[in-house]
Design a protein around this ligand. Sequence first.
Ligand SMILES: [Zn+2]
Ligand SMILES: [Zn+2]
Length: 114
Amino acid sequence: MDFCPKCGKLLQTEKDKKGNTVVICYKCGYKRQLEEDENVTLTEEIKHDMVKEMTVVFDKTEIDTTKPVKEMYCPKCEQNQKISFWMIQTRSADESPTRFFRCTACDETWREYD
Ligand SMILES: [Zn+2]
Ligand SMILES: [Zn+2]
């Protein structure tokens, strides 16, 4: 059970077109993917797949302008661009979260490897 951080309405769980579970606010349109830590413990292999899947999902998502942006090298543009970045806890809570980057110029999205 979760409430919308924007308007405080109860969020509904729904499958999107790609079969991913999302929580959605019918009032203001707020939407996010269900986080994996809201569920069961997963095997390493499944976690790995989910990370890949998440990367694909984010690729299709509109650039979220609320995310912080910094100047850094984009491997696709092969030059410095404004890159938005965010952290996701992909594994157990005692491991550091994975950082994702997206180039605001070409939409290339990648994750930071250790
Ligand atoms: Zn809302
Ligand atoms: Zn780029």
